[in-house]
Design a protein around this ligand. Structure first.
Ligand code: SF4
Ligand code: SF4
Length: 91
């Protein structure tokens, strides 16, 4: 079952707390992420969080750890991969 692009899942996503989500990318993406939440985010192709439901990041480039395996979204959808920010469909 594909991961739903819902507000509930965005809130549960742990990417922002992950060491791979660099300070630089947090600063760069914060405003755009916020604006997208005000728009029709479920139908957008890209979002800089909840990467398991969207496409990989345009900013994150390196893995310094991954929290996907302990994420509630991962458990809910029985996801078996990680690093969705770096690889389409995860690693
Ligand atoms: S599985 Fe990873 S990308 Fe998907 S919501 Fe959880 S932390 Fe975010
Ligand atoms: S997909 Fe995994 S590695 Fe990437 S930011 Fe989210 S928790 Fe971290």
């Amino acid at each position: 079952m594909p991961v739903e692009r819902s507000l509930e899942n965005i809130e549960k996503c742990l990417c922002m707390q992950c060491p791979s989500y660099t300070y630089h990318c947090k600063m760069k993406n914060a405003a755009e992420n916020f604006l997208q939440l005000m728009e029709d985010f479920p139908h957008q192709q890209h979002y800089e969080k909840l990467f398991c439901a969207y496409e990989p990041s345009n900013c994150l480039r390196q893995r310094y750890g991954c929290l996907c395996s302990i994420c509630e979204v991962s458990k809910k959808y029985n996801l078996r991969r990680q690093s969705y920010c770096l690889y389409a469909g995860g690693q």
